[in-house]
Design a protein around this ligand. Structure first.
Ligand SMILES: Cc1ncc(COP(=O)(O)O)c(C=O)c1O
Length: 391
């Protein structure tokens, strides 16, 4: 297919399959070619310094264009910029908006390296960061003043799983001229549509569900309007940000079957979360699709599904028992990413660096990323590991 507007009548899953495909341009091949190109040969002198034609590989080749088309077909938006990691996709809009003397508002539940970027690099550029309680909702208005440049949200928080009231926050920010950014990686762009709620930039760590196989690092920033897209594009150009064509190809390839993986991961995760809720070893389960989750009503109102990442708070236990439980898992393994075909688990307490809304829990916090193994095998694995928590 080639006419992106013609895709609007289809559902996001179908758009993800059809977008960015131009077989007539590539000898009928379903997928775009991977050009390893730095130099592009130009035949006309006028083209060398003009804006009419592409002059250098860093601007992106066919595979990058196809990936951008697929991303915006799923999530919407007027422009897409690619980045070599999800973290860089989080930092690019903040960098594009940074002005000395300005301030950004960032959720206390934010991915820790995004926080590190704000605390170190933004502060070196003269931009202050104020952290807010992720559950603040429309109350964010009280934080906004003349110097506020941007509001950064992440929903749910990828360790603590608070759901933010994005429509209320986006409304409060835009009515005061503040640019809004959301890290929308948890929903993969399929289960939450930020632009329909007035958000200006949506960030995806393509490393997670789009990649889906634990072998890719990439990110994307989607912009609601061409003007916002131009601000990111300028920052990308000024910094020399590039993504390898092989990585762009892997991300695009992953997008084609992402919804099939996600629907299985989503169903397994909810089943496992429900099973965990009834276990005596578990204090509470942090899964927005469970009615017991404090953000469940917001999730139900704003999201069309849940991915495979959720958390749980164990009943109080000793460090030795927790270590022994984690080290005897056979199907789940310990690792710091998520969204892949393999199930992962990590203890998270050490990563919590909150300042605005302290994290309160009686026991240790674990995060699970559910993969494509059979849910029964994952449950049996957790069940045998829980034996190690026994006094
Ligand atoms: C919520 C969230 N955003 C962004 C990222 C960054 O992605 P990457 O690992 O590609 O830098 C991560 C990585 O774990 C994440 O959990």
């Amino acid at each position: 297919m080639s006419d992106e507007n013609a895709l609007e009548r289809f559902r996001p899953e179908t758009r993800a399959i059809m977008a960015g495909r131009h077989p007539a341009r590539y000898d009928g091949a379903v997928n775009p070619p991977v050009h390893r190109a730095s130099t592009l040969i130009l035949a006309k002198v006028d083209d060398l310094y003009g804006e009419r034609v592409q002059t250098y590989g860093l601007e992106g080749m066919a595979v990058h264009e196809a990936l951008k088309e697929a991303l915006s077909a799923i999530e919407g938006g007027a422009a897409v910029a690619l980045a070599p990691s999800g973290l860089m996709a989080c930092t690019l809009p903040l960098l594009a908006l940074a002005r000395p003397g300005g301030e950004v508002l960032v959720s206390d539940s934010v991915y820790a390296p995004t926080r590190r970027f704000c605390d170190r690099m933004l502060s070196q550029l003269g931009v202050a960061t104020r952290y807010y309680d992720p559950c603040i909702g429309a109350g964010i208005s009280d934080f906004i003043h003349a110097e506020t440049l941007a509001l950064f949200m992440e929903s749910p928080g990828s360790l603590t799983f608070e759901i933010q009231d994005i429509p209320a926050m986006a409304k409060a920010a835009s009515s005061r001229g503040v640019v809004t950014i959301i890290d929308n990686t948890w929903s993969a762009g399929l289960y939450f549509q930020p632009f329909a709620h007035g958000v200006d930039f949506s960030v995806q760590a393509l490393t997670k569900y789009q990649g889906g196989h634990a072998d890719l690092l990439a990110g994307a920033v989607l912009a609601r309007t061409p003007q916002l897209g131009a601000r990111i594009a300028a920052t990308v150009r000024e910094l020399g940000v590039g993504v390898s064509p092989d990585d762009a190809y892997l991300a695009l390839r992953g997008i084609r079957d992402m919804h099939a993986r996600l629907s299985l991961q989503s169903a397994s995760a909810l089943r496992i979360a429900t099973w965990l809720e009834a276990r005596p070893e578990v204090g509470r389960v942090l899964h927005p699709a469970l009615p017991s989750h404090p953000g469940h009503a917001l999730w139900k109102r704003d999201f069309s599904g849940a991915s495979g990442l959720f958390g749980l708070v164990l009943a109080p236990t000793t460090e030795a028992r927790l270590t022994s439980m984690l080290e005897c898992l056979e199907v789940l393994s310990m690792g710091f990413s998520w969204g892949g075909y393999e199930s992962l688990i990590i203890p998270c307490d050490p990563q919590l660096t909150r300042t605005a809304a302290p994290w309160r829990a009686d026991g240790p916090l674990l995060r699970l990323s559910i993969g494509l193994e059979h849910a029964d095998d994952l449950i049996s694995d957790l069940e045998q590991a829980f034996e190690h928590l026994r006094p």
